[in-house]
Design a protein around this ligand. Structure first.
Ligand code: NAD
Length: 390
């Protein structure tokens, strides 16, 4: 079925997962709405079809476009003249591959949650399908959507702190500090199951965000990694704490810590980059500020919303300085970027500087390769391992 051109209309969005009680699907829906670029028209919102239909009704999705499962949705939507343009996959990790594959094979573009897949084989297979079909697959590496993350990236690219020497990135959380997976916590239950989460526990769940953030800001790719994984909560089959040393191409060194058991840390993603002439620091819980320190020792807080910031930073900013923006706006910036890419492709126009920085299939593939190398390193006695894709 030939798709209707995107010009002059909203992008039609379908969703898999994200139903009642789910976490990230709701954030996707906010993000899709913020810039008026999308309309949610279809979904298979829940693994339980009845719950999914009830959720669709509450969210004003037409009953005929609330589907019992993703296969039925893809079959029906790909043959409708007004079918969905893109499907957001907001389900546990092990389902990403079959759902994304089915969408792409049916000619539907994809927004996929991280990690892209639970195995490197699946990630490679998806990359091959994307390349062969020319379809789009965006990956929601949320933190790359923050304006001050973009500012850090552009300042490092412009040489503000000189050649990068060391990168310290940490993503500690506290919510799994006890065995809540045994107490009916929906989100924790699948995250501790290797078949559903993948080989990496905390490293696959949040370490992948930290790794992407560090590479995104510095432009550095890991040459090799050495990992020490630990499981502190009894009975878990996956790590809930990971320490990783990173040797970056070009000689820079990095340290990455991910933890699901760090009491006191709500969402304490923090990045510090030290170069030959200065440093930059960003903390997710204060996302509107970037701390810059020069070799002379002067420190400066660079604030979101100022006219002096990079154009790509300004493009990610909606409100003036002092009116805080945060997580949902960052997520919206990714949705905005996906929309721009789809529209440019539809109109056969060239991609822009702005669209090159939006996480896509290869970022997802690199993320899975990183987790794989980390787990291999740990299992082989904490030896240096080279990720297959950098
Ligand atoms: P969740 O358990 O809260 O929600 C999962 C949803 O998927 C539920 O509604 C469930 O019914 C549904 N589901 C499961 N299998 C399905 C199927 N076959 N068909 C239709 N629906 C199905 O999970 P979550 O915490 O929202 O995580 C979902 C994904 O989002 C994971 O891959 C996770 O890693 C990712 N995530 C990303 C971020 C981010 O910052 N980008 C944050 C949290 C979670």
């Amino acid at each position: 079925m030939n798709k209707q051109p995107l010009k002059g209309r909203r992008i039609r969005l379908g969703m898999v997962g994200g139903g009642e009680g789910a976490y990230i699907g709701g954030i996707h829906r906010f993000a899709a709405r913020m810039d008026n670029q999308y309309e949610l028209v279809a979904g298979a919102f829940d693994v339980d079809p009845e719950r999914g239909h009830a959720f669709a009704a509450q969210n004003f999705v037409a009953a005929e476009r609330s589907y019992k499962d993703y296969q039925t949705m893809i079959a029906a939507e790909s043959t409708r003249e007004d079918g969905v343009d893109i499907i957001a996959i907001c389900t546990p990790n092990f389902t990403h591959y079959p759902i994304a594959r089915a969408c792409l094979d049916a000619g539907i573009d994809v927004i996929c949650e991280k990690p892209l897949t639970t195995t490197l084989d699946d990630a490679e297979a998806l990359a091959e399908v994307v390349q062969r079909t020319g379809r789009f697959l965006g990956v929601t590496y949320t933190y790359s959507g923050y304006p001050m993350v973009m500012e850090a990236r552009s300042k490092i690219e412009a040489g503000l702190i000189g050649k990068v020497r060391t990168v310290q990135v940490e993503y500690p959380l506290e919510w799994m500090a006890t065995g809540i997976e045994l107490k009916n916590n929906q989100q924790a239950a699948w995250r501790v199951d290797p078949k559903k989460n993948g080989r990496g526990g905390s490293i696959g769940d949040i370490g992948t965000h930290a790794y992407h953030l560090a590479s995104y800001v510095t432009g550095l790719q890991a040459e090799s990694v050495l990992a020490d994984l630990a499981t502190f909560v009894e009975g878990r089959a996956l790590d809930d704490n990971a320490h990783v040393l990173i040797r970056y191409e070009g000689g820079a060194r990095g340290m990455l810590w991910s933890s699901q058991v760090a009491i006191g840390c709500s969402n304490a993603l923090r990045l510090r980059v030290f170069g030959e002439t200065g440093s930059l620091m960003w903390f997710q819980e204060q996302p509107n500020e970037l701390l810059y320190t020069s070799l002379e020792g002067d420190s400066q807080i660079i604030k979101r919303g100022r006219d002096t910031l990079h154009d790509l930073t300004k493009a990610r900013t909606r409100t003036p300085p002092g009116h805080p923006e945060g997580y949902i706006e960052a997520f919206s910036n990714l949705y905005q970027g996906f929309a721009t890419i789809l529209r440019l492709r539809d109109e056969k126009r060239n991609f822009t500087e702005n669209t090159h920085v939006i996480p896509q299939i290869y970022d997802g593939l690199k993320g899975v390769a990183f987790v794989d190398a980390v787990v291999d390193s740990h299992e082989q006695g904490s030896v240096w391992m080279k990720p297959k894709y950098v």
